[in-house]
Design a protein around this ligand. Structure first.
Ligand code: DC
Length: 224
């Protein structure tokens, strides 16, 4: 049975495995709010990229990061990221910001700040939270935990198409290599590594369409 605590579905997995698409569809179907925790780490990475000297002084970096806040968009129910009260979501999706995010996400003090922000997102009727450690560290008592992945070739192709559509000049081989490095770094880091959370359901999205994956998750949700 679902726990009596707030309804939370966590969706963890590798980069470009489809977490964001699936989470959005699920949030729409269930009328739940949506937290994409990768966006929070991207925001920290973005702030670091704009203040490169800050990373040499953790207190300084934390001070800058503490100016991040979250607000739910009234239409999409997605938590959006504000920095000094200005929305910055549109600045967070370049490869460069992704690289900075991967570095700052290994800093324990940064993760501690993010934990508080993430916990503040729980609200009725429920929350879909996606990332790397949602089921293992942030919401270990979630009602349902999903771990999704897909082959690295398919993920690299998805990421390549996504950036191409945004007009970024990208090279498939570079994307492939950078995904490989990111997987490695996410899985091997000492703090909150990407892993299959206890009691998680594993879904390989390589050959499944988003709607089929969502149906699968909704089915699991109704029987838990
Ligand atoms: O999912 P993404 O590519 O937007 O994530 C950006 C970076 O943030 C990635 O390097 C992994 C890190 N991250 C994390 O450490 N913990 C999370 N819960 C989510 C993302």
């Amino acid at each position: 049975m679902k726990s009596n605590t707030a309804n939370i579905i966590t969706i963890d997995g590798t980069s470009s495995s489809g977490k964001s698409t699936i989470s959005k569809l699920l949030a729409e179907k269930l009328n739940y709010s949506l937290l994409d925790s990768g966006k929070l780490y991207r925001a920290a990475g973005y702030i670091n990229s704009q203040n490169k000297d800050a990373s040499n002084d953790i207190n300084n970096l934390i001070n800058l990061i503490s100016k991040i806040s979250l607000q739910v968009d009234e239409e999409s129910f997605e938590f959006e990221i504000y920095y000094h009260n200005k929305k910055i979501d549109h600045l967070l999706y370049s490869e460069d910001v992704g690289k900075f995010a991967s570095v700052v996400s290994k800093i324990p003090e940064v993760r501690k700040c993010m934990l508080t922000l993430q916990h503040s997102c729980v609200k009725e009727p429920g929350l879909i939270a996606n990332g790397r450690d949602m089921g293992s560290e942030v919401f270990p008592n979630a009602s349902l935990k999903i771990y999704i992945t897909a082959s690295i070739e398919i993920r690299a192709r998805r990421r390549f198409n996504e950036l191409n559509e945004k007009g970024e000049n990208v090279d498939y081989e570079n994307i492939y290599e950078s995904l490989k490095k990111r997987d490695d770094s996410d899985m091997r880091r000492k703090i909150s590594p990407l892993k299959v959370p206890d009691n998680a359901e594993i879904i390989d999205t390589s050959y499944l369409k988003p709607d089929a994956i969502v149906d699968k998750i909704l089915n699991l949700y109704t029987i838990t």
